[in-house]
Design a protein around this ligand. Structure first.
Ligand code: C5P
Length: 417
């Protein structure tokens, strides 16, 4: 979607990711938006205001008390704006936005504004996980603020964790999606409010050497559709994604992984806190026993190398066994089964072998790339064919089954330990 004619205020605050805000500004302009920039004092130390003057043609607002400005700059900016995007948003500015503090051009403009506010957090993962930030983010969400990211990855400190700002294109996609006219939010459809759901999506790539891998065919679309529909229905969603070319969905915690072992670690670290897990990822069953440190070379006359494989853990079966060992019914577990023959019978076996609650069985010919799917929902209580449906509609059917399963166990809306 084009942003033609939209007035966007880009708020830049003092995280290292501030340099990426220049790309956000450039991309907004490329999509036809008019852009004005507001910066906190710390942001001006990290990226030069002149960069934004050059990109947008207008100097950014860096001082609420600029004597050369006749009016109240934050009031005028807010009046002009159709949307405000704060990227990067530090823990500090998130706290200010949550509490209505207005000491800098970004938070003061936001406080004067009642339209779409999109926030792209960026901070060390400990700051992101701190209960103060969690509470501030919850306040913002409850007020209707949109969030995109943060995502898992390398942080400025050299540590790894969830705290990296979403990439500029993901921020742009979140903004265009948020600005798109939508049907009024139907409160009755927030039937997953408070449910903590993790979805895995996409393939895993198992490295052979620094440039090659073994992978699976998977677009990730089914898992992304599940994450987005669950979010729209009120769930708190974590999306553990293998390497796919889809933009991060907004208002979802995104964890990027590559290999099955990384995916397993990301899920194991979170499993205690979850009400439901849906394994929509196409996890590679095998990985090379060794990853060559250097690119495997071919030389004339040599035979092809033999690659020794070892089994990857079955993540879903591991979750089923772990849950059974605790004699617990939580989290509700959903797996997928892609088959070419004996669809339902294989899914029923998988249900028992992996000790899960629901297996979504689909035929290999329809499962992969397209927007549609055709499946059977196989549970102990029965088998339900879905017919040929869009992946978003199938996502809703799966989420209905999860909601009903949680309700039967009395875990829907129950207090979390
Ligand atoms: O056994 P099969 O690969 O057919 O099972 C598919 C289901 O199990 C999917 O939900 C997939 O995400 C999950 N799986 C897994 N770990 C593996 C292989 C598959 O969690 N190593």
């Amino acid at each position: 979607m084009s942003l033609g004619g939209k007035h966007i205020v880009l708020g830049v605050t003092g995280g290292i990711a501030a340099y990426k805000a220049a790309y956000v500004a450039r991309e907004l302009l490329a999509r036809g938006a008019e852009v004005r920039v507001a910066m906190t004092h710390t942001a001006t130390k990290l990226v030069g205001p002149l960069t934004f003057t050059g990109l947008t043609g207008t100097p950014p607002v860096t001082d609420l008390w600029d004597p050369s400005y006749a009016g109240e700059v934050h009031v005028d900016l807010a009046r002009w704006a159709d949307a405000i995007v704060v990227a990067p948003a530090t823990a500090n500015v998130i706290a200010r936005l949550a509490h209505g503090l207005a000491e800098d051009p970004v938070s003061a403009t936001a406080l004067c504004f009642d339209g779409l506010l999109l926030v792209a957090p960026a901070m060390h993962h400990r700051m992101w996980q701190h209960p103060a930030t969690t509470a501030n983010v919850a306040t913002l969400r409850a007020r209707g603020t949109h969030l995109v990211g943060p995502v898992f990855g390398k942080l400025a400190s050299g540590d790894e964790g969830v705290g990296r700002m979403s990439e500029p294109l993901a921020i742009l996609d979140a903004l265009t999606a948020s600005l798109a006219p939508t049907a009024p939010r139907d409160l009755a459809s927030l039937d997953l409010e408070g449910v903590r759901l993790l979805v895995s999506a996409g393939p895993t790539f198992e490295a052979l050497d620094p440039v090659r891998f073994l992978g699976n065919r998977s677009s990730g679309r089914m898992g992304f559709a599940l994450a987005e529909r669950a979010r729209d229905r009120g769930a708190r969603v974590t999306l553990v994604r293998g390497p796919v070319a889809l933009p991060d969905p907004r208002d979802v915690e995104v964890v990027n992984v590559r290999s099955a072992l990384e995916m397993e670690a990301a899920i194991t670290a979170r499993r205690e806190q979850l009400d439901a897990i849906v394994m929509a990822a196409a996890v590679a069953d095998f990985r090379p026993r060794e990853i060559a440190a250097d690119k495997i070379k071919k030389s004339d006359g040599d035979d092809a190398p033999t690659i020794e494989l070892v089994r990857n853990p079955d993540i879903l079966a591991g979750l089923g066994a772990w849950r059974a060992s605790r004699a617990s019914e939580r989290p509700y577990l959903v797996g997928f089964a892609v088959e070419t023959t004996d669809l339902v019978a294989s899914a029923q076996k998988k249900l028992e072998r992996k000790k899960v609650d629901l297996v979504v069985a689909n035929h290999a010919s329809v499962a992969f790339e397209g927007d549609d799917n055709e499946a059977f929902l196989v549970a102990r209580t029965g088998v339900t064919p879905t017919g040929h449906v869009a992946k978003t509609a199938l996502a809703d059917r799966i989420l209905d089954a999860i909601r009903d399963g949680l309700a039967t166990r009395g875990s829907l809306g129950a207090p979390k330990s």
